[in-house]
Design a protein around this ligand. Structure first.
Ligand SMILES: Cc1ncc(COP(=O)(O)O)c(C=O)c1O
Length: 390
């Protein structure tokens, strides 16, 4: 039998992450050095009280039923967390859980767009911002994030006809991969623009707890008018190192939350109850690990940035997230070629900026997943490779 697949499957080529993983395997086999700063998986563990909560709940046979909905306890914990952390009150029907923000963003367009309708996404941007809506047959239009605008959206550059036809805009700060923050004034401008053109705002806030240099991440929902125009995704993955447990939230505009819940109730039976228990423990328990993680990422960022500068690779920036964004060293223009050469000569793995959109070309993204000693070794390896002497 000849198996015939959907045309959309042709648009998924072997991704760079698969290529990098294969090269890594080969190098390990050949006993060559591997310093992997490509994938953003935290190397920290969840706190003991969070694991304990999950384990205890996992011992109760009743907890293996379909959860169907979020527990009252979980919704109340999210309310408490938003109040404590962002001074923002949420009503119960402004909150829903998801199997990670990734899952939420891969499906939200089904709720807000008909096939062919326009959704605006950042270039450069985190891949699922475009892939999610694309899977939902939305029309993807990029808005540009440029260094000269501080990587903020220049709303005047979005053509009037595009703004008028757009159903939604995906926005995310602290931003992966460009590692920049947005001030409150930016969100005020975003909300005013969204109201003017009747565009739903979908804000991804995965990194509000990973912000450096004495600044503090904010919630989109803490800005006046936000819940009239949109929702925010907020994840426990990076804040509490619960990446594999798969739990995050969408919060904000009641109508959007209600429609999204209705959609998800057709395809999902709720988050495993022990995972809900772990989330409650994380949100309501001691918060010192959040600050400890943040401070450790900042030390790593400093070590990498200062080390690279000391060997002549200038311009690496990270104001927040668990990544850093760096222009290619002088003499290089193609980020894909550069990454492969960096692996070959120094054993250092990072991600070509072009993966994140055409405006990512000319840059690479490092994940801050090695400690300070590791970062020093990495810098040494880059220096000794001679790759900067082009
Ligand atoms: C910007 C951004 N949003 C969302 C996610 C995924 O979050 P979750 O684990 O909640 O799906 C990531 C993961 O790297 C991310 O970088």
């Amino acid at each position: 039998m000849e198996l015939k697949f959907a045309d959309r499957m042709d648009s998924f080529k072997e991704g760079i992450f698969t290529t990098l993983a294969n090269i890594k395997k080969e190098r390990i086999k050949e006993n060559k050095p591997v310093y992997d700063l490509s994938v953003g998986t935290p190397d920290f563990l969840p706190e003991k009280h969070v694991i304990d909560a999950l384990v205890e709940a996992a011992k109760i046979p009743e907890n293996y039923k379909y959860a169907i909905t979020d527990t009252d306890e979980l919704i109340s914990a999210v309310q408490t967390w938003y109040r404590r952390r962002y001074d923002t009150e949420l009503e119960k029907d402004e909150i829903m859980s998801l199997y990670g923000s990734q899952e939420g963003m891969s499906r939200i367009a089904l709720t807000v767009c008909n096939p062919g309708e326009t959704i605006l996404v950042p270039n450069p941007g985190y891949p699922v911002f475009a892939i999610g809506p694309m899977l939902n047959d939305a029309n993807i239009v990029n808005y540009e994030l440029r260094e000269e605008n501080g990587y903020l959206i220049d709303f005047s550059s979005i053509p009037e006809n595009i703004a008028k036809e757009a159903k939604a805009i995906l926005v995310s700060y602290p931003a992966n991969p460009i590692c920049r923050l947005a001030p409150v004034s930016f969100y005020e401008e975003l909300i005013a623009w969204a109201k003017k053109y009747n565009v739903i705002v979908l804000h991804d806030n995965a990194y509000s707890e990973l912000v450096y240099d004495g600044k503090r991440g904010i919630s989109f929902l803490s800005v006046e008018g936000a819940r009239e125009v949109g929702i925010e995704f907020n994840s426990l993955s990076k804040t509490y190192n619960l990446t594999g447990a798969r739990i995050s939230f969408a919060v904000g505009n009641k109508e959007i939350i209600s429609q999204f819940k209705k959609l998800r109730s057709q395809i999902d039976y709720g988050i495993f109850l022990p995972v809900q228990k772990a989330a409650v423990a994380a949100l309501l328990g001691p918060q010192d690990s959040v600050e400890n993680n943040r401070a450790e990422y900042e030390r790593r960022r400093n070590a990498l940035r200062d080390g690279l500068e000391s060997i002549g690779w200038k311009g690496m920036v990270s104001e927040g997230t668990m990544f850093a964004w760096a222009p290619l060293p002088e003499g290089y223009t193609d980020s894909n070629d550069f990454v492969l050469e960096l692996i070959e000569k120094a054993g250092v793995f990072c991600v070509p900026g072009s993966v994140f959109g055409s405006l990512g070309e000319g840059y690479v993204r490092f994940a801050l997943v090695h400690n300070v000693e590791g970062m020093k070794k990495i810098v040494e390896s880059i220096k000794n490779s001679g790759i900067l002497e082009k």
